[in-house]
Design a protein around this ligand. Structure first.
Ligand SMILES: [Zn+2]
Length: 243
């Protein structure tokens, strides 16, 4: 059974698994690297031909392996874990490497995978373990963070629904996109723009003047009518905003 791209956690410490093979009596853990060029082994580091040192991926993989073993223990799984760093780029060369079997070079991959029992039907235990690990997988890691933006930095105008080009001015019912030639429905584009503003700035008030600025230069009455039509007015005449 093969599981790819797992994001797991043991005691609040999260770790990522590139590929996990659940075999009958052993679990194989693979860390996949696409390094290219000549690298020289230097214990816990790799030296690139450019003179730059990288952390030897094996160091990271050992930490992952320990966490995985502890997690498996907590699931009452006694299977042994074998870990490999897999260098997949055919143009990767590793000089002076220790032949300790903790890594697989591109030329070793075909034999390694041929030697695995491929036709085996997963046992009940293998399936159960796979299901348990998938349940523990957290797809939302790292937590999504919002990009930093501010109103002043954003380009004002209405966006073409076909290509995204921003038209900085609008007039009439339809305008033609300067980039792709799409006929844009101005009213729809303004409505979409107001919704974008509400999504981007949930704490800001939607006012007619603000929306006129946000949509580029155009007809203020037009914006006002759209706001009246689609939203509810709040506040008095001078501080009126829409929700
Ligand atoms: Zn366009």
């Amino acid at each position: 059974m093969v599981l790819n791209d797992l994001q797991l956690e043991f005691r609040k410490s999260s770790f990522q698994v590139d590929t996990l093979l659940i075999c009958t009596d052993i679990i194989r853990l693979y860390e996949v690297k696409n390094y290219e060029g000549v690298h020289t082994w230097a214990d816990d580091k790799l030296l690139k031909s450019t003179g730059v040192y990288l952390e030897n991926p094996w160091v990271q993989l050992q930490r992952t392996k320990v966490k995985l073993e502890l997690l498996l223990q907590s699931l009452s799984c006694q299977m042994k874990v074998e870990a490999y760093v897999v260098y997949i780029n055919p143009e990767f060369t590793l000089l002076e490497a220790k032949g300790d079997g903790n890594y697989l070079l591109p030329s070793q991959l075909p034999l390694h995978f041929r030697s695995l029992p491929m036709k085996e039907t997963p046992s009940f235990e293998q399936r159960r373990l796979a299901e348990r690990l998938l349940q523990l997988h957290n797809p939302d890691y790292p937590p999504h963070t919002k990009p930093v933006y501010c109103y002043e930095d954003l380009r004002k105008g209405i966006g073409c629904p076909a290509c995204g080009t921003v038209a900085e001015a609008f007039h009439g019912h339809f305008i033609k996109c300067q980039t792709c030639g799409e006929r844009m429905n101005v009213k729809k584009a303004i409505k979409k723009n107001i919704e974008d503003f509400r999504l981007l700035f949930p704490d800001e008030k939607v006012t007619t003047n603000r929306m006129l600025d946000w949509c580029g230069s155009g007809d203020k009455d037009r914006i006002y009518r759209i706001l009246r039509e689609s939203y509810q007015p709040k506040g008095n005449a001078h501080g009126r905003y829409y929700v």
